[in-house]
Design a protein around this ligand. Structure first.
Ligand code: SF4
Length: 397
């Protein structure tokens, strides 16, 4: 008997039930279900019985509950549906191309559950067709990638690509592996946290990952764990199987009020992830997305929480960058002092911004770049030249 057989016996396969209606959750009171019904109708609600089982229902502030159960303040008029203007980099249906080497392929509009703070919640609305629900629709996107030799990595996203059926995942992987310049295929996925049984139940998927994650052309899983309570034995087993298939795993997550805005929670998460070989890669500033007012943390507060958390981490656990996925690029929040916030482009939409450094006046109430005032000489001018309108007015009124 191999080591894998021993582990699989300890954690048996399990059928997962998906829940789309609040009234199917008996732990919520009648009053809560009524009060939250219109929030769940506005922004998609879906959860599963494994993930619900992680909630301590005696604690009204339980972080897992906060992550998936709607909150009344989501109705506040705050933020924009497409806060980073992703639609402006949609080059053909289902494909975004913002940074030269990377294309995002939106292969589905489904996730194993829906995070309340999702920055792509517009995709789950009925009148949105930015992500496909029919794989035949990705033909144009594949052609586009084939014609762009500068693209060395493709991020499968949506939605969550691992919610596709295994045969559908194979169609995508097989097609991408016929394009020689695509060396890395990435899966942006929260399924290892939301539903690790996806990997435990499906040895065929694991064989598929093994077949297409090659020594010089790896598959990466950009995992999305938000809180140490998600790192159950089942989740650890899911990660072990993914890694055993030759997939490189890293973790990224936004800083979210009431879930991950506590230095003790962050350091515990990053340390535990480092023990299982899933280093933290990015911590994101929450995008000012519509419906997300109750989940947002100002930049300065988040910066100091992260710095505090780093003090309790080994080098292996704190390789992360704290970044803002802004319309103009991925911007690292490098430092904050009593007067200034120091930022640097980590990836840039416009070549002139590559690695550019910006110094802004410190503003403890700001959530996003558009609210910050650069000091003289550091204006974000390339972005301003290319954009129209005032993002600040669009997002914050
Ligand atoms: S897993 Fe990602 S895409 Fe899916 S609901 Fe959560 S944040 Fe949105």
């Amino acid at each position: 008997m191999t080591q894998t057989d021993v582990r699989s016996e300890t954690i048996a396969k399990r059928r997962i039930k998906f829940i789309h209606k609040l009234h199917k959750i008996p732990q919520l009171s009648e009053d809560e279900r009524e009060r939250l019904a219109d929030v769940a109708a506005r922004y998609a609600f879906r959860v599963n019985d494994y993930y619900l089982g992680l909630i301590n229902w005696d604690d009204p502030n339980d972080p897992i509950r906060r992550l998936v159960i709607p909150h009344e303040r989501e109705k506040q008029n705050w933020g924009a549906l497409d806060a980073s203007n992703e639609s402006s980099v949609t080059v053909v249906p289902n494909a975004q191309h913002k940074y030269a080497s990377t294309v995002l392929l939106l292969v589905t509009e489904v996730c194993a559950a829906y995070c309340r703070y999702c920055f792509r919640k517009r995709l789950f609305m009925n009148d949105n067709d930015e992500a496909t629900h029919n794989l035949a629709n990705i033909a144009h996107a594949l052609k586009y990638i084939k014609e762009h030799p500068e693209v060395n990595n493709v991020l499968l996203t949506g939605g969550d690509p691992t919610t596709l059926m295994t045969d559908q995942i194979e169609i995508v992987l097989k097609a991408l592996r016929t394009i020689p310049h695509v060396r890395i295929i990435r899966f942006g996925t929260k399924t290892p946290a939301f539903n690790p049984y996806r990997f435990i139940n499906d040895p065929k998927l694991m064989q598929l990952l093994k077949k297409y994650s090659l020594p010089d052309k790896r598959i990466y899983f950009m995992c999305h764990f938000d809180h140490p309570n998600e790192l159950t034995d089942v989740a650890r087993e899911g990660l072990r199987l993914i890694q055993e298939a030759g997939v490189i795993c890293v973790n990224q997550n936004p800083i979210i009020r009431g879930i991950s805005d506590d230095p003790r929670v962050m350091s515990k998460l990053w340390n535990e992830l480092s023990y299982v070989g899933v280093p933290q890669y990015y911590v994101f500033q929450g995008r000012p997305t519509a419906g997300n007012e109750p989940y947002e943390v100002p930049i300065v507060e988040a910066y100091f929480d992260i710095e505090q958390a780093k003090k309790k981490c080994s080098g292996a656990a704190k390789r992360l960058k704290y970044c803002m996925s802004h319309e103009s690029g991925k911007i690292e929040i490098v430092a904050v002092d009593h007067q200034h916030i120091y930022l640097k482009y980590h990836r840039a939409k416009y070549p002139k911004d590559e690695q550019r450094f910006i110094v802004c006046e410190r503003d403890d109430d700001a959530f996003w770049l558009d609210q910050l005032k650069p000091v003289a000489g550091y204006e974000n001018k390339y972005y301003r030249e290319e954009s129209s309108g005032s993002p600040r007015e669009v997002m914050f009124g």
